[in-house]
Write a protein that binds this ligand. Structure first.
Ligand code: 13P
Ligand code: SF4
Length: 331
């Protein structure tokens, strides 16, 4: 097997970085030479967040991908984030350091089954969470992220019939805060569903002054006991603006890196999952990316994300609608 075939098989540039290479320096040099930009999601490892030109949530990454004048976007996140960037900036090369960085929530919504679901609700507007494949976006009327989902739902007439997918927890949460009765697809994220309410209640007893911050992909009992519910960007913002000095954080633990950077004197406790002895919940897909894979991706300009034009032209419309509504709402 030649070297490119072996990379194709592994989904990333499977080449050890020589020990005499200063990876961080080389990334900075290659970025400049190739007019590349590194955009990282809050769930990436600390070293990737620190070398990135931009760190943000799903909405901010899409906004940045649309407006950048770089020739190459390294999207340090999961596959659907790379696809979203490619859909918005088709003329640019979009690289994701490890193509195996998928998403259990996106996987919980296969296009054929979702198409049947859409066809069964012909008079409904189709809202989909950004954590989906390009094919699902192409079947949608408007895409949302957790930062703008409420604003997008509120922008629709009160009597509009809506189907929402794929996240049932975010869907239920949106129904409860908007008074809608959206028909929900039954999907979920395995990372956010795993948090243990019992262990969080115990932590709360140990730290009565701590506020519980939760992402809306978490299950309802956890959202009910949370002091604040919001997207990763909203949780970060709340940890900065709140007078509280201690927080139990119920989302992927990568966000704690930015929280600590912004508020070095505050304490952040990762919420534990229910099925292990570990003290935090990591997304194994997000954590597939590493600085070495990112360096190799930049060096070899591979693996790149490809979206067939026939899908892209349908997928870009609902994303653009989301970006327009977000802009008007100053998000
Ligand atoms: P946000 O970045 O929109 O908060 O979403 C979190 C998430 O689960 C990304 O996979
Ligand atoms: Fe997908 Fe969940 Fe990982 Fe986010 S945390 S990328 S929703 S599997």
């Amino acid at each position: 097997m030649n070297i490119k075939d072996s990379w194709l098989k592994s989904g990333f540039v499977n080449e050890p970085v020589p020990t005499d290479v200063d990876i961080k320096k080389e990334i900075v040099r290659l970025k400049k030479e190739k007019n590349a930009v590194i955009m990282a999601h809050f769930y990436q490892t600390n070293d990737i967040q620190d070398i990135a030109d931009f760190v943000g949530d799903s909405l901010a990454l899409a906004q940045q991908a649309k407006q950048t004048d770089a020739d190459i976007i390294i999207l340090a996140g999961v596959h659907f984030m790379g696809e979203t960037a490619k859909i918005l900036s088709p003329e640019k090369k979009v690289l994701v350091p490890d193509l195996n960085a998928g998403c259990s929530l996106a996987d919980s919504c296969p296009p054929d089954a979702f198409k049947t679901f859409v066809d069964q609700h012909p008079d409904h507007t189709v809202l989909t969470y950004v954590n989906t494949t390009a094919k699902i976006k192409a079947l949608s009327d408007i895409v949302v992220t957790s930062t703008n989902a409420k604003v997008v739902v509120d922008s629709l007439p009160k009597d509009e019939k809506i189907i929402f997918g794929p996240d049932r927890n975010l869907g239920n949460y949106l129904n409860s805060i908007t008074g809608r009765d959206m028909v929900l697809w039954d999907g979920a994220c395995h990372v956010h569903e795993k948090f243990s309410v019992e262990k969080i209640v115990e932590l709360k007893q140990e730290h009565p002054d701590a506020l519980v911050l939760a992402h809306p992909e978490c299950k309802k009992p956890l959202l009910l006991l949370a002091d604040f519910v919001g997207s990763t960007a909203a949780l970060l913002k709340h940890s900065i603006s709140s007078d509280a000095t201690k927080f139990i954080v119920a989302t992927e633990s990568g966000i704690i890196h930015q929280m600590k950077k912004e508020s070095p004197d505050k304490t952040f406790i990762p919420a534990p999952p229910n099925d292990s002895t570990c003290a935090c919940n990591d997304c194994e897909y997000m954590k597939l990316n590493s600085l070495e894979k990112l360096y190799n991706a930049l060096k070899y300009e591979w693996p790149s994300i490809d979206v067939p034009e026939s899908i892209r032209i349908d997928a870009v419309k609902p994303i653009d609608r989301m970006l327009d509504i977000s802009k008007k709402a100053k998000l």
